[in-house]
Design a protein around this ligand. Structure first.
Ligand code: ZN
Ligand code: FE
Length: 247
């Protein structure tokens, strides 16, 4: 039985997600950018929350943990680093599995943005929640990890099937598209950037994306084709370029 996902904007540019296992009705919130917004969305959906799945410790992903858990009794699952910022009930790491009703999420180690960052992958539904590791046309800043660590994490995600639906935690795509256009003059990037600007103009989200779309157009995944150097060096250069990019 498949999952159903509700995406909702939170704070200035975060997305919150509710994921419902349709076999049992069990629901998870992926991160808690804004406790009130998560509870409002739950109320609107009529879904029953049993889990919070945290990707990393940053406050814009964990600050609603306490309020949402108190209001719903949900169990909080995440990497150990969550404790730096918020309550956590069950510590998980790469290779672990998290059950939501009949749905199984594999925990993927995707450090780099923070050291303990993880992603959740539901292979049966080909769906991944990647937090601040991979964005549409972008990737997370390296606040704690090295370029080599982040490159490894991105490769782990790029190895998922092309049709995998990817839920990223921020709407950064228009800025990412402007940056991508400075590096990559391919028709695929031009066409995607045009579609992204039009969607944002209409106020529509550009998330989710797919692994296939990112492999074809994301300048961070394509770094070795766009920039000289070995893959990690090329990636580090593209990341540094985006860090300095104004736009
Ligand atoms: Zn973050
Ligand atoms: Fe974030």
């Amino acid at each position: 039985m498949p999952i159903e996902v509700r995406l909702f904007p939170c704070l200035s540019d975060n997305y919150g997600f509710l994921v419902r296992d349709t076999a049992t009705g069990d629901t998870a919130a992926v991160d808690t950018p804004d406790g009130e917004a998560v509870l409002r969305e739950l109320e609107a959906s009529g879904w029953r929350l049993s889990l919070i799945l945290n990707t990393h410790w940053h406050p814009d992903h964990t600050q609603g943990n306490a309020a949402v858990a108190a209001a719903t009794g949900a169990q909080i699952v995440g990497p150990a680093e969550i404790r730096r910022a918020a309550p956590l009930d069950r510590e998980v790491k790469g290779g672990d599995e998290v059950a939501l009703g009949a749905t199984r999420f594999q925990v993927l180690e995707t450090g780099g943005h923070t050291l303990g960052h993880i992603s959740y992958y539901d292979a049966a539904d080909r769906t991944a929640f990647v937090g601040d590791t991979l964005f549409a046309l972008g990737c997370g800043r390296l606040f704690e990890g090295t370029p080599a660590m982040m490159w490894d994490s991105l490769q782990r995600l790029a190895a998922l099937p092309d049709e995998t639906t990817v839920y990223c935690a921020h709407e950064y795509t228009a800025s990412n598209a402007r940056f991508a256009l400075t590096l990559d003059r391919s028709e695929a990037v031009a066409a995607r950037a045009k579609a992204v600007f039009a969607a944002r103009e209409r106020g529509e989200p550009t998330v989710p994306t797919t692994i296939g779309a990112e492999k074809a157009t994301n300048p961070f995944l394509r770094a070795p084709e766009l920039v000289r150097g070995d893959p990690v060096e090329a990636f580090a250069k593209v990341r540094a370029g985006k860090d300095a990019f104004k736009g």
